[in-house]
Write a protein that binds this ligand. Structure first.
Ligand SMILES: O=P(O)(O)OP(=O)(O)OP(=O)(O)OC[C@H]1O[C@@H](n2cnc3c(O)ncnc32)[C@H](O)[C@@H]1O
Ligand SMILES: [Mg+2]
Length: 208
């Protein structure tokens, strides 16, 4: 595949998830690109009607690129649990119900982690606890051109949740070869193994 250059300039991070935006900003920092988030620009959050990470990432990237007139980078990601046949997968965010927190819209991640754990518990103490985080990044230009990169991080699920760093399902995910969860390690350490960093490395190799 031939890739289009992304010359240094402005880039929209097409996400309304503050944890993701923070991580993507950190990953972009060395490249002289000025990121602005979809939220900063007041862009609407598109409905994620796709059935694959790829479809949803493309849908979000195209929506922000055409609304802003700037290249836009979207991230569709999720947790695939082997013993649950890959669920919640593309529906990972949907498993956390929307709740108002101090007047701000948010999602109940503890409830969502508990839902996954409850399904594993039904399979008994010997359930396979292996899981994988998937991240699909889509970079779209205002003229409709787009490129997609996928990253994965293998690990296992622990219970109860541990740590206060990171976001989403980080407190229950222990990456392979580690004993700490993603919510117990620094952002730099998370980026050494994460699905997002893996996808980002492919994007850098192709586009920067
Ligand atoms: O669509 P945007 O606006 O980017 O934000 P979102 O939160 O809805 O994001 P997704 O649709 O891609 O849903 C993926 C969910 O998977 C979870 N997730 C993805 N990457 C994660 C990570 O690195 N650590 C913990 N949870 C993660 C997180 O809870 C996300 O809400
Ligand atoms: Mg989403």
């Amino acid at each position: 595949m031939t890739h289009r250059e992304l010359s240094p300039g402005k880039l929209v991070i097409a996400s309304h998830n503050a944890g993701k935006v923070r991580e993507i900003r950190a990953l972009l920092a060395p490249y002289g690109i000025e990121p602005v988030s979809a939220g900063d620009l007041g862009l609407p959050e598109p409905e994620e009607t796709g059935t694959t990470f790829r479809d949803n990432a493309l849908l979000k990237a195209h929506a922000s690129a055409s609304a802003s007139g700037l290249p836009a980078l979207a991230d569709d990601s999720g947790l695939e649990v082997a013993a649950l046949g890959g669920r919640p997968g593309v529906y990972t965010a949907d498993w956390a119900e929307r709740q108002p927190y101090e007047g701000e819209p948010g999602r109940d991640w503890y409830m969502a982690m508990g839902k996954v754990e409850g399904l594993l518990a039904e399979q008994g103490p010997d359930a396979d606890r292996s899981a994988c985080f998937v991240c699909t990044l889509a970079l779209a230009w205002p003229d409709g051109h787009a490129e997609v990169f996928e990253g994965r991080a293998e690990g296992s699920l622990t219970w109860p949740p541990r740590g206060i760093l990171g976001f989403g399902y980080d407190p229950v995910f222990v990456p392979i070869g580690n004993s700490l969860t993603y919510a117990e390690i620094s952002p730099e350490e998370k980026h050494a193994t994460s699905h997002r960093a893996d996808a980002f490395a492919k994007l850098v190799a192709g586009v920067f």
